[in-house]
Ligand binder design. Structure first.
Ligand code: DQA
Length: 147
């Protein structure tokens, strides 16, 4: 049983990037938190971060048949990428969208998500704890649907 953790552009800079918005924890801290949470529930984790749209799409396509669920922070591509949305739409694996910050109380352009209509759920505004909540939520969903 395996989950995929996907993080999009600039999330490799967490810890140093706008700490007033994104906190002081790093991508490495997130990977550790998600690995530990998955492990508590007997899931293994594959983690991947990329600044490149096509690489994220390759990972989404590869997920089909290989993982039971995806925890995905598409970062800025959330608001712009039809191609990522189409990739999520093309697979049957459930995707939970995570945002560290509360995208609804920031700039107007962050309020719209291209991914939301094709995701299984969203966790927004809980800092990096949102990733843990997403793992708990997606596993419950996966198991209740008998996947
Ligand atoms: C983000 C919110 C996006 O608007 C932004 O482009 C990011 C991070 C978040 O986790 O809060 O890079 O996805």
């Amino acid at each position: 049983k395996r989950l995929l953790l996907l993080n999009g552009p600039n999330l490799n800079l967490l810890g140093q990037r706008e700490p007033e918005t994104y906190g002081s924890q790093t991508l490495e801290d997130i990977v550790q938190l998600v690995t530990d949470t998955a492990d508590e529930l007997n899931y293994e984790l594959t983690a991947f971060q990329s600044n490149h749209e096509g690489e994220l799409i390759d990972q989404i396509q590869n997920a089909e048949g290989n993982v039971s669920g995806i925890i995905f922070n598409p970062a800025a591509y959330t608001h712009t990428s039809v191609a990522i949305r189409d990739a999520v739409s093309a697979i049957s694996v459930p995707v939970i969208e995570v945002h560290i910050s509360n995208v609804h109380n920031r700039e107007e352009f962050r309020r719209h998500s291209m991914i939301a209509p094709v995701s299984a759920g969203q966790v927004i505004g809980f800092g990096i704890d949102g990733y843990r909540l997403a793992v708990l939520g997606i596993i419950k969903k996966i198991e209740s649907e008998g996947r």
